[in-house]
Design a binder for this molecule. Sequence first.
Ligand code: ZN
Length: 181
Amino acid sequence: MDILAHGLWAGLGVRWLARRRPVTRPQAVAAVTLSVLPDLAHLTPLLVWAVFGDGSARILLDYAVALPGDEPAMPFWVGEAAHHLHCIPHSALIAGAATLLLWPWRRRVGLALAGWWLHIVIDVFTHSADFYPVPVFYPITQQGFDGLAWNTPWFMALNYLAIALAAWRLRRRSGAPSRSG
Ligand SMILES: [Zn+2]
């Protein structure tokens, strides 16, 4: 899914949860941040290349919005680093290992991890075999599921409509007086 929609869904999820149990601001910020970070991490090598090498902001932008096969040419190390920095945060195996490691601190980092997991789960189904399939079992395999590409126009329209609807419902509910007494 696109990065804006990832952030919006995570933000809505946090708001929904905050009505049921206490959520601190740092927890909320961490959850939304981790829900968009998997799509930002792989831009770092291009940023490094732009600052310290022959890359540029233009190439970085072209890469960020490229369709499969249309990515700009880049040095081998930039391409490899970007590839693996995309795979790592999109892997359920790696997120699973991180979750296990951080389990003793789940009260503190659980929501942030949930933001990360939300990104992976959404992406698995919103990428297709020919549109950057999500390497959900990296590093064992870089194969992904053949889902529905999120850039399909009707899906994007429906997705943002659903986001608007969910936001409207949440806002309406939080504005309504409590009937539970
Ligand atoms: Zn992603």
